[in-house]
Write a protein of this length. Structure first.
Length: 350
């Protein structure tokens, strides 16, 4: 069993820890937190050894009644791989520590691509991370776009991607984020950072992106126009995307008309925290006219990168190849949702 340490136990870190714990070939050797808050309580209740991410917070944890296994330095020494899920910028500061300890490390999408050997998306470039010492799992939006581009490029060729990203103002627990009552071009300049980020996965892809931030917390929404190299039918595109394990083609008979119902659907399916690891593509929106694809997809910003972190661990350590790793991850987490009620099956929670 590969020993995986999680440095940072917030929105992403706690989900990565649970995903790693569900795998048959990995174990969580500990999680590091900066503060003794409710997240620390959750980690202890799940049985994860708890470490202080900061040396100067050790007494604060002890005063709060937590028994620590050590500091983040001790966690790094205990780990065979570290997933750094600390806030943006902290992962960059931690990378030299992992390198000095000789421990491979994964950072998240808010860190710069220049700091690592490769950016990573399991569907698109798994092999680029094989044997790497430092890998960056791209952001939630880049993950969603890369999952979509990969099968389109393989089957039809992609001439141009134009994407407008309608982004949530903050996660449900981010009380200080906004806007509260506004719609903000974010950024006003074109392109937004998302297109260049996709180019870290697909260097030759022609892609333009624009961003809007809205007063919502549930998910992001992508409005997409993609010029294809050939002219498949809308039905063929729907069948292709429906065959991708990490794409949920939302069937008409579910009557899901927005992100609120998507999250409710996930909760009804027993998904932990109501998570949606898959791209959620409205089947009815998939339209091809003269080789141009139009569609809407929703991305759950709290969870779609979680299976990518698990697959990155296997790529870096050689535990499995791409197909095997994605299969194991998907089965362990219960990834895969039916397009219609007729094909519906119970999805087991992690």
């Amino acid at each position: 069993m590969l020993k995986v340490g999680i440095n940072g136990y917030g929105t992403i870190g706690k989900r990565v820890a649970d995903a790693v714990a569900a795998q048959p070939d990995m174990t969580v050797c500990g999680v590091a937190k900066a503060s003794p808050d409710f997240g620390a309580d959750g980690a202890v209740r799940r049985g994860y050894p708890l470490y202080s991410a900061r040396d100067d917070r050790v007494n604060a944890f002890r005063e709060a009644g937590y028994e620590l296994a050590g500091t983040s330095d001790d966690l790094i020494a205990e780990s065979e791989v570290v997933v750094d899920a600390a806030p943006g910028g902290i992962g960059a500061e931690n990378l030299p520590r992992y390198e000095a300890a000789g421990v491979p490390a994964i950072v998240q999408g808010k860190e710069s691509d220049d700091l690592v050997e490769t950016s990573f998306n399991a569907r698109a470039n798994f092999e680029d991370a094989e044997g790497a010492d430092a890998v960056r799992v791209v952001s939630c939006n880049t993950t969603g776009l890369s999952r979509l581009v990969a099968p389109l490029e393989e089957n039809y060729g992609v001439e141009k991607v134009r994407a407008t990203l309608v982004r949530r103002g903050g996660d449900p627990d981010q009380t200080g984020r906004g806007p509260i009552n506004d719609i903000l071009p974010d950024p006003i300049a074109v392109p937004s950072h998302h297109g260049p980020d996709v180019n870290t996965i697909f260097p030759e892809l022609s892609i333009d992106t624009m961003g809007l931030k809205v007063p919502a917390t549930l998910m992001h929404m992508h409005s997409l126009n993609i010029e294809l190299g050939s002219d498949p039918s809308s039905e063929e595109l729907r069948e292709l995307l429906g065959g991708e394990s990490r794409v949920f083609v939302v069937g008409d008979d579910f009557s899901i008309d927005g992100t609120g119902k998507l999250r409710e659907f996930a909760r009804d399916r027993g998904r932990p925290r109501g998570d949606l690891w898959e791209n959620c593509v409205w089947g009815e929106s998939i339209t091809v006219k003269d080789s141009e694809l139009y569609m809407f997809q929703a991305i759950h910003q709290e969870s779609d990168v979680i299976p990518e972190n698990v697959d990155a661990i296997r790529a870096m350590t050689g535990l499995a190849d791409k197909e095997e790793s994605m299969r194991i991850t998907d089965e362990a987490l219960g990834i895969g949702l039916p397009e219609s009620r007729e094909s519906s099956a119970v999805v087991s929670p992690v």
